[in-house]
Design a protein around this ligand. Structure first.
Ligand code: TPP
Ligand code: MG
Length: 617
């Protein structure tokens, strides 16, 4: 067979292939790759670097500051795009490559697509050991990049140029598969990047990828309908899958037609508008009192697109009804069958529509629905109290959230956060009105995601106001993509809450009987207590900055900087000890069985009692 071929280096073929992958957004054909983040070194500058230069008009390359930061930004781009578009990231070998391993795990946990293209050692082994090569004494096939294997949905090492033909095809399958979607790592040996091959021209034909909507199996569907029809106290858990399936309208219609209250996970928050009467808000460890009261009694839980992680299930101590049945409506069988869940393997939108059709006029007991609404009213009053401004010397995180919320006005906003005390407070208190308006990385809860995430979200949603809320600890861990955002004129607003340490871990330490130790800066081993001038730090990277001393000053600063074109960082000191007491649920953090400390002994007693409520299944 004589195929038409084109002679390219492997890296040129990768770059050309990426430019030809398309998708349809709002009826328009657009490139599925939003661009490439790149930090070059000897492991990719000559091969991949030259190739990306060649396609720079169609596939933009962005220079980042830190490989973990850029990969986090790429992942945030995919999440903010509801996984419909994504990005690639290329690095050199060794430290540059390994800086992306944490991000790969983040994407793996959160089921988010990202194409990682780290450089790898010479396949021909001639210069071994090349600079930054990790040598294994016992296995010649191992390189540092093997660390990506457990945190990639698909990993391949490219040691010959023609291997990218099946590898890139497989990469695209995985990146666009709603069930298997996650990070793909193609580890590109640095000599092979520069090696030429006669690639079939057809390999570069334009290909359009649209998300597959899996319809439910009829038997599984019948069982789900039967379970729901006999439910007296049903609830729906809305997980991230609702958003990725773009099934918000179907979820609202389902809840309304059948009178079933909806509770939201961290990934699922904003699936329904906050103001929807059947949206009970957050569930679980950081849940509202309204959601958790219903979850305790629920007899049928329809979990839509949720991994049912411990924060959602209160470490499996939240659901107290002996007769509890879980229906796992999920594209992924691994999730659908968790905890003896009755699986309904399906796309969220398709599944909700089919169940609803089968349920006909079924409606939950009106007393149950009315109770839900009353519980929500009570919760809203508690949330109002938590977020209201007081004249305490230092504001709480909740009061800062209240101020940020008020300052949004009517504008479309996306709130970005990931780790610390803020995710819990935001899960309870943030009032998201549009799908995707709440962007929380709480599958891996990676400190340092926040600022980089803000950049990725802004690239995905240039018309949205992007607000990053971040603690001092997370900011210190990774903040340098502020400089990238200035370079790209991708403006977001960072509200930095400085409580002088790891506030949430300090509280957890106290809650488990521990002494105040090594979390708040004042409790650390130090010769001099650091006084970090965060505003000056961010200003040095080019950001517009303000240090404010009160909630009214914060509101004024947010209003004043709203139309700034540059990334803006507003710093406020906060109280490390205060959190919203209303709502919430126990979380399983193992307390030492033996200790000299009476506080630990007391905490252990409480812990053992709490464990009795845990379902094991
Ligand atoms: C990379 C990483 N390291 C450690 C942790 C564990 N951890 C979770 S929150 C936290 C402290 C966060 O401090 P800060 O950002 O100041 O928020 P605060 O708790 O004060 O609200 C730590 C150390 C983590 N989630 N991620
Ligand atoms: Mg802090």
């Amino acid at each position: 067979m004589s195929q038409k071929t084109v002679r390219l280096t492997m890296a040129q073929a990768v770059a050309r292939f990426l430019t030809r992958q398309m998708t349809i957004i709002d009826g328009e054909r657009v490139p599925i790759f939003g661009g490439v983040f790149a930090i070059f070194g000897h492991g990719n500058v000559a091969g991949v670097g030259e190739a990306l230069y060649g396609v720079r008009e169609t596939l933009p390359t962005y220079r980042a500051q830190n490989e973990q930061g850029m990969a986090n930004a790429a992942i945030a781009f995919a999440k903010a795009s509801f996984r419909r578009r994504f990005m690639a990231c290329t690095t050199s070998i060794g430290p540059g490559a390994l800086n992306m391993v944490t991000s790969a795990a983040l994407a793996h946990v959160n089921r988010l697509p990202v194409l990682l293209l780290p450089g790898d050692v010479f396949a021909n082994r001639r210069p071994d050991p090349v600079l930054q090569q990790v040598e294994s004494f016992g296995d010649g096939t191992i390189s540092a990049n093997d660390c990506f294997k457990p945190v990639s949905r698909y990993f391949d090492r490219i040691t010959r140029p023609e291997q990218i033909i099946p590898a890139l095809r497989r990469a695209m399958q995985v990146l666009t598969d709603p069930a298997d979607c996650g990070p793909v790592t193609l580890s590109l040996c640095q000599d092979v990047q520069a090696e030429a091959y006669d690639y079939p021209e057809s390999f570069f034909d334009e290909k359009v990828w649209v998300p597959r909507r899996i319809e439910p199996d009829l038997d599984e569907l019948a069982s789900a309908i039967e379970a729901l029809r006999s439910a007296k106290k049903p609830i729906i858990i809305a997980g991230g899958g609702v958003l990725y399936s773009e099934a918000s309208a179907e979820l609202a219609a389902f809840a309304e037609k059948h009178g079933i209250p909806v509770v939201e996970t961290q990934a699922g928050k904003s699936a329904l508008p906050h103001s929807h009467p059947l949206n009970m808000g957050s569930v679980g460890v950081t849940g509202t009192s309204a959601s958790n009261a219903l979850a305790e009694e629920a007899d049928v839980v329809l979990a839509v697109g949720s991994r049912l992680q411990d924060f959602t299930t209160g470490s499996w101590a939240l659901f107290k009804n002996e007769a509890l049945k879980i229906i796992g409506l999920n594209v992924q069988a691994f999730d659908a069958g968790k905890h003896e869940g009755q699986p309904l393997i399906s796309d969220a939108r398709a599944g909700l529509n089919r169940i609803s059709g089968g349920l006909g006029s079924y409606k939950a007991d009106s007393a149950w629905t009315e109770r839900a609404k009353a519980g929500k009213a009570e919760w809203l009053a508690a949330a109002e109290r938590a977020t209201a401004t007081t004249n305490a010397p230092l504001p709480s995180d909740a009061q800062v959230i209240g101020a940020v919320q008020r300052a949004r006005g009517g504008r479309q906003t996306t709130l970005v956060c990931a780790a610390g005390g803020l995710p819990g407070e935001l899960h309870k208190l943030w009032q998201a009105e549009e799908p995707g308006g709440y962007h929380m990385e709480y599958g891996f809860s990676t400190m340092g995601y926040e600022v980089a995430g803000g950049l990725g979200v802004k690239l995905a949603k240039p018309d949205s106001d992007v607000i990053v809320m971040v603690g001092d600890g997370s900011y210190m861990m990774l903040n340098s993509e502020i400089a990238s955002s200035i370079m790209l004129c991708a403006k977001f607003t960072v509200v930095l809450l400085d409580n002088a340490g790891y506030g949430c871990i300090n509280r957890l330490q106290m809650g488990t009987g521990g002494a105040n130790f090594n979390n708040l800066l004042k409790d650390t081993h130090h010769v001099e207590l650091p006084q970090i001038d965060f505003a000056a730090h961010a200003a040095a990277m080019g950001a517009v900055t303000r240090k404010v001393g009160s909630i009214p000053e914060l509101e004024a600063a947010l209003a004043e900087t709203a139309d700034e074109m540059r990334t803006t960082v507003i710093v406020i000191d906060t109280d490390p000890l205060i959190t919203t007491e209303a709502g919430g649920h126990w979380w399983d953090v193992a307390v030492p069985e033996v200790s000299d400390r009476d506080q630990v002994k007391a905490a252990r007693e409480g812990y053992e009692k709490a464990l009795q409520a845990q379902r094991f299944g």
